[in-house]
Design a binder for this molecule. Structure first.
Ligand SMILES: Cc1cc2nc3c(=O)[nH]c(=O)nc-3n(C[C@H](O)[C@H](O)[C@H](O)COP(=O)(O)OP(=O)(O)OC[C@H]3O[C@@H](n4cnc5c(N)ncnc54)[C@H](O)[C@@H]3O)c2cc1C
Length: 445
């Protein structure tokens, strides 16, 4: 047993309050995803000299989760290629990485966590970066594969290979036409499988993309041989001759060898809820990643934080956000707090088309499209009552990046800059004097 994993109730007296962990204290991070891993790395790189324990139930060292549904599932990269860091990195940084072990309880009063084997570990500051787990559908509770962890890929690919070895073409049914579902469809198709996507809504990618762009992706999938069915409410799944028979409420049915369920995720906030931290579809934190308990922070997919740009609170399920949020939690612990106000940014890659999304395109009520969404590069700007709130692009990475700073720092841009020919957001972002004022002045108090 390592020194850090011994039960030790003598610590915790110097618990971080408002970000002051003792120089030689111990920070425990639960969750080895990108938020937890980045928090650990940031603590060390910013000079924290104490003990850092990074613990998670995933058996693998930290890896790039977005590769799971793309390169790893399609077979274009082995699982080792997805590792975030070379294996020696963690010990070189004197970060104690403990994989394959679950944390069962957090005792806020004692400032300890308890592992599944009953061992306890005290902390001076704790970061909960527990992410989420795939949502399940009742009719498919026992039958469907889900894809979140690296170790989810093996059984799925083994099933495809087993069917392939009989000389048959494996049939894959993907339930859910969101980002992960459509990526799974594209990757499964790349392995030569017959692929069908069934989606409950009236179009795929509805939650994340405006209609013309989701239509482009749907068309791309169909052109590549993926069958797409919308408005499908699953009713029943049964076993027929070793295959799955999936029936919709309106009587449509499909036979598949493999069913993959990709219908979103549920935040892993139960640990926090049981410890009586504030929880509301995620662990509630302030703009410094602090939870309702002193010395306890949360970051990444699991955290519900204030949206300082558009107002309200939100949870964001993007890689870059989880990374930046983990770093922000670490800075708060080190007494270098900065209010978190990153514009979310993410990407998806399907059939060779990499699309980037910045901000909150779904919050807009007007879309200005530059270029043809069906043909090569384009940039789409999403406006909510004249305010730039989102940008989506293929082949326009610099514009999408620039949109992030414009959404944050110069959201009320004159129309001609957004709608004119040859729009160049990079140039616009570099010329802040071109920014306009909000169309309606806020009323005086
Ligand atoms: C298949 C897939 C593809 C994706 N593709 C993209 C993409 O292309 N672009 C993009 O921007 N985003 C993508 N995302 C989203 C992105 O990967 C996530 O937003 C990000 O990985 C979240 O990181 P996190 O560290 O907050 O949480 P997670 O990565 O979920 O890590 C949390 C970890 O904590 C562990 N844990 C939970 N509870 C406990 C406990 N009690 N004890 C111990 N360990 C625990 C979990 O098992 C998990 O390993 C994708 C997600 C998936 C699933």
């Amino acid at each position: 047993m390592s020194e850090a994993s011994r039960s030790d109730s003598s610590r915790g007296g110097g618990r971080a309050t408002g970000g002051h962990v003792p120089r030689r204290g111990r920070v425990v991070i639960v969750g080895t995803g990108i938020a937890g891993a980045t928090a650990a790395e940031t603590l060390r790189k910013q000079g924290f000299a104490g003990s850092i324990v990074l613990v998670g139930d995933d058996p693998s060292p930290p890896y790039r989760r977005p590769m799971v549904s793309k390169d790893v599932l399609s077979g274009s990269a082995g699982g080792h290629k997805a590792l975030l860091k070379p294996p020696a990195f963690w010990s070189e940084m004197t970060i104690e990485l403990r994989t394959g072990i679950q944390v069962h309880e957090v005792d806020i009063a004692a400032a300890t966590i308890e592992f599944e084997d009953g061992a306890a570990l005290s902390y001076d500051a704790l970061i909960l970066a527990t992410g989420g787990r795939p949502r399940r559908l009742d009719p498919l509770r026992a039958d469907g594969h889900t894809l979140r962890h690296l170790h989810d890929v093996g059984p799925l690919r083994a099933e495809l290979e087993r069917v392939g070895s009989t000389g048959a073409i494996p049939a894959v049914l993907v339930v859910g036409g969101g980002l992960v579902g459509m990526e799974v469809a594209a990757s499964a198709r790349a392995t030569g499988a017959e692929v069908t996507v069934v989606e409950m809504g009236d179009r795929v990618l509805e939650r994340i993309l405006p209609e013309p762009i989701s239509a482009m992706y749907e068309r791309t999938h169909r052109a590549a041989g993926v069958a797409v069915h919308t408005e499908v409410l699953l009713a029943e799944v049964s076993e027929v001759g070793g295959r799955k028979r999936v029936v919709a409420a309106d009587g449509r049915e499909w036979i598949a060898d493999v069913v993959v369920v990709a219908v979103g995720m549920t935040p892993n906030d139960e640990l926090a809820a049981a410890a009586r931290l504030a929880v509301a579809d995620g662990i509630v934190v302030d703009e410094f990643c602090a939870t309702s308990a002193s010395g306890v922070y949360a970051a990444g997919d699991v955290a519900r934080f204030p949206n300082r740009i558009l107002g309200g609170t939100e949870r964001v399920e993007h890689w870059n956000h989880a990374q930046a949020h983990g770093a922000a939690a670490a800075r708060s612990i080190l007494g270098m707090p900065e209010p978190y106000e990153e514009v979310p940014w993410c990407w998806t890659s399907q059939f060779g088309r990499t699309l980037q999304i910045a901000g909150w395109p779904g919050r807009g009520n007007e879309l200005i499209v530059h270029g043809d969404v069906h043909d090569g590069a384009f940039l789409a700007l999403s406006l909510a009552d004249d305010r730039l709130v989102g940008a989506i692009g293929v082949g326009r990475p610099r514009d999408v990046r620039a949109a992030c700073s414009l959404i944050k720092d110069g959201p009320f841009l004159p129309r001609e800059l957004l709608g004119g020919d040859g729009v160049d957001l990079v140039e616009t972002a570099a010329a802040p004097d071109r920014f306009g004022a909000p169309p309606v002045a806020a009323p005086r108090e």
